[in-house]
Ligand binder design. Structure first.
Ligand code: GLC
Length: 532
């Protein structure tokens, strides 16, 4: 099979968490102008596209995934004119731009939800959301037992201004994120128009937030007692995730994207059961890519990784879709920290980068992984902003530790994230002094230099290599595969150095090497790219 023609099939897409990327105006939060000014550094890294997390008008109850106006930029992130300049600069640099669309829920500050609250039960204003009477005496109990992914019940009861309680509304996430009712045609029309609004402004695609959640089982049945309902846990079937009806929505969206010139990509965030359920979102005429979360959650283990890789390629191959690879994002602890303590985590992360970037398909990088940033695990409690912290009764700290502002340059926090006198929205650790982009640029052995070299080589590889891989014979706990034209990737996941039965030129190594004589020795937790 030869690589397909649309740009996304082999693209490396860099996730910009806008609030934490670069602060141009000194309010402590990243913004669109900050992103625009730093784009040349992403072009120099060698990525093909950026994905921008939500920058829409929002009270930021969930970091902007609570959208109050889908067609405008929040003043703290800039203006529509700033967005247009960003797109123009990106395109000048040869970078595509994908943005988030958040269709499962709005913010409670959205005009639709305000109108719903002001109207009466049974009115059309209520029919855009999922309002239901409560159960039990006085309707005092929620309509069913669903739990919010951030903790606590998934239902909140409305009160009239005089305090009289009335209907409940559903929110799979925070109470400030009421779920929309996708059985209402008005909701479809609204989002189709939102897509067109941004496509007309030149975006190259959308990342569809909670793509598996829009349609609920209309009976709203209780879930089994004790059933886990975590966003990151697709292992059980739930009446509000992965319902068949979602696919009709994406067939319509596909037609809209296809009606625009150029290739406009639709990418699913769908935490569902397994690779085959994910692939259903990628059937012809639906979405184009989905995040490979099975790969993201896989342990640092050769058999486990090989299993995920095979299952992903097979499931996506069956529907003719490209496979994606992702190690981190703004919702999970950074993989340097997931993979191990101290130096081990970083060593494995660097090896994992070479594995990920050698696989056939498309890769998503999360901002800061190219710097080898670890999770910040000791943010002071008063700094925590993820709704998970309060909704879990302060038992789960949430996702702020992977959202700490990026270190760019200089000797003192916030390391060029914003002006020196502006306090960033989350504190930046002093120890990141040695991890700034400027510090790493000067060091040929840095993680940034490794990513930059890997992305440069990868471009050549993906232009010529087949969109499949061949596993080669390997010692236990070692993965070795070829991609045609003599390219081989070998990863040692064991605790000992291993000799690998190959002769060839080392193109790139996840750790500095000296003296590459045959047979090739691979230290623990390292990866190499070879020309054999
Ligand atoms: C997605 C986002 C996450 C957000 C949630 C609700 O999972 O990635 O950050 O909290 O949707 O919109």
């Amino acid at each position: 099979m030869q690589p397909k023609s649309e740009w996304w099939h082999s693209a490396v897409i860099y996730q910009v968490y806008v609030r934490s990327f670069a602060d141009s105006d000194g309010d402590g939060e990243g913004d669109l102008t900050g992103v625009r000014r730093r784009l040349p550094e992403l072009a120099a890294l060698g990525v093909d596209a950026v994905w921008l997390t939500p920058f829409y008008v929002s009270p930021l109850a969930d970091g902007g995934y609570d959208v109050a106006d889908y067609r405008d930029v929040d003043p703290r992130f800039g203006t529509l004119a700033d967005f247009d300049s960003l797109i123009a600069s990106a395109h000048d640099l040869g970078l595509r731009v994908i943005i988030d669309v958040v269709p499962n829920h709005t913010s409670s500050a959205h005009r639709w939800f305000r109108a719903a609250v002001e109207s009466e039960p049974g009115n059309p204003e209520r029919a855009r959301y999922i309002f239901r009477p409560g159960k039990g005496p006085g309707g005092d109990e929620p309509p069913n037992n669903w739990q919010s992914i951030f903790g606590g019940p998934a239902w909140t009861r409305l009160k009239r201004p005089d305090g009289t309680p009335e209907e409940w509304y559903l929110h799979l996430f925070d109470a400030e994120q009421p779920d929309l009712d996708w059985s209402n045609p008005e909701v479809h029309e609204e989002f189709e128009d939102v897509l067109r609004f941004w496509l007309d402004r030149g975006v190259d695609g959308f990342r569809v937030d909670v793509a598996h959640g829009l349609v609920k089982d209309p009976a709203l049945p209780d879930i089994a007692p004790g059933q886990r309902a975590d966003l990151l846990d697709g292992s059980t079937r739930l009446p509000y995730f992965d319902q068949d009806g979602v696919h009709d929505i994406y067939r319509r969206w596909n037609a809209i994207a296809a009606s625009y010139p150029g290739d406009r990509a639709l990418v699913a965030e769908a935490w569902v059961e397994d690779a085959q359920r994910v692939a259903r979102y990628l059937r012809p005429g639906e979405l184009h890519q989905a995040f490979n979360f099975e790969y993201l959650v896989a342990p640092w283990d050769a058999a486990a990784l090989r299993g995920v890789i095979d299952r992903s390629l097979a499931a996506n191959g069956d529907v003719g879709a490209t496979t994606t690879w992702v190690l981190s994002n703004h919702d999970v602890p950074r993989h340097v920290t997931r993979f191990g303590d101290g130096g081990t985590g970083l060593r494995r992360a660097r090896a994992a980068a070479l594995l990920t970037l050698a696989l056939p398909g498309s890769a998503y990088l999360y901002q800061g992984e190219e710097l080898g940033l670890p999770e910040v695990t000791d943010l002071p409690e008063e700094a925590l902003q993820d709704p998970t912290w309060e909704r879990s009764g302060r038992t789960r700290r949430g996702r702020d530790g992977c959202r700490v502002p990026l270190p760019w340059e200089g000797e003192e926090p916030p390391f060029g994230f914003g002006p020196a006198d502006a306090e960033p929205w989350l504190p930046v650790p002093e120890e990141w002094r040695s991890l700034t982009r400027a510090a790493q640029r000067a060091d040929p052995d840095s993680t940034l230099s490794l990513y930059t070299a890997a992305l440069r080589l990868r471009r050549g590889l993906h232009n010529t290599a087949p969109s499949s891989l061949t596993w080669l014979e390997a010692p236990s706990d070692v993965l070795i595969f070829g991609r045609g034209a003599g390219f081989v990737c070998a990863v040692n996941l064991s605790e000992q150095a291993v000799e690998i039965p190959l002769h060839g030129e080392v193109l790139l190594s996840s750790e500095p090497r000296s003296g590459d004589r045959a047979p090739l020795s691979l230290p623990p937790d390292t990866a190499v790219w070879l020309r054999v």
